[in-house]
Write a protein that binds this ligand. Sequence first.
Ligand SMILES: Cc1cc2nc3c(=O)[nH]c(=O)nc-3n(C[C@H](O)[C@H](O)[C@H](O)COP(=O)(O)OP(=O)(O)OC[C@H]3O[C@@H](n4cnc5c(N)ncnc54)[C@H](O)[C@@H]3O)c2cc1C
Length: 178
Amino acid sequence: MAGHAKFAAVYARPFWREAGWSGTATSRRGPLMEIHDASDAEGRIGALFGFVGAPPPYRSGIGPRVLAQQAIAQLVRLFGEQAAQPLWQGVQDWATEPATAAAADRQPLFEHPSYGAAGVPPAWRQRLLLAGTEFSSDHGGYLEGALDAAEVAVAALLAQRLLHTPVARSPIQQDTAP
Ligand SMILES: Cc1cc2nc3c(=O)[nH]c(=O)nc-3n(C[C@H](O)[C@H](O)[C@H](O)COP(=O)(O)OP(=O)(O)OC[C@H]3O[C@@H](n4cnc5c(N)ncnc54)[C@H](O)[C@@H]3O)c2cc1C
């Protein structure tokens, strides 16, 4: 996902909820392909965010200002005129960050790679556990996959009774007597 970009717009309140809408949208008209409600849980402030579907060469061609204009126009089409005046809006384009994306990441990825069980040689299986998102068969490449892979690895450690050392508490967390 290193070549991805996201757009977010913040509003005084999640006005779409007043119409009974979830804030979730899938769209093929405009730069955002998948939009979600990113408001806080209580709805004290409203926010919509979207994954930018337009590929990195298109984004760098038009620049973030025009991209944001196109994204707002898309939100207006989907959610109405109230979407036109956000309190704040921002484009985060990781394809332009050299510490995140390499040149190969700027090639559009049209489908998620299929990840799965790691090919750990049998002799290593008791000693080597791979817990990154790429080792999740269900959600590889996503945060959910990282959690899934970590749970599998911890379960394996517990089964092998390798997790018997108590985790040291950080000095910051230690109780301080008044
Ligand atoms: C731009 C971008 C946007 C994303 N957006 C989303 C999203 O909206 N939703 C979603 O679900 N997922 C998203 N992802 C994917 C998500 O971030 C990853 O799937 C997830 O972080 C993977 O977790 P991980 O623990 O497997 O690996 P990582 O989070 O990559 O953690 C690996 C860690 O190991 C460290 N490390 C590497 N080599 C060494 C070494 N030799 N020694 C010590 N430490 C090392 C790294 O510094 C890193 O901290 C996004 C990813 C990117 C890049």
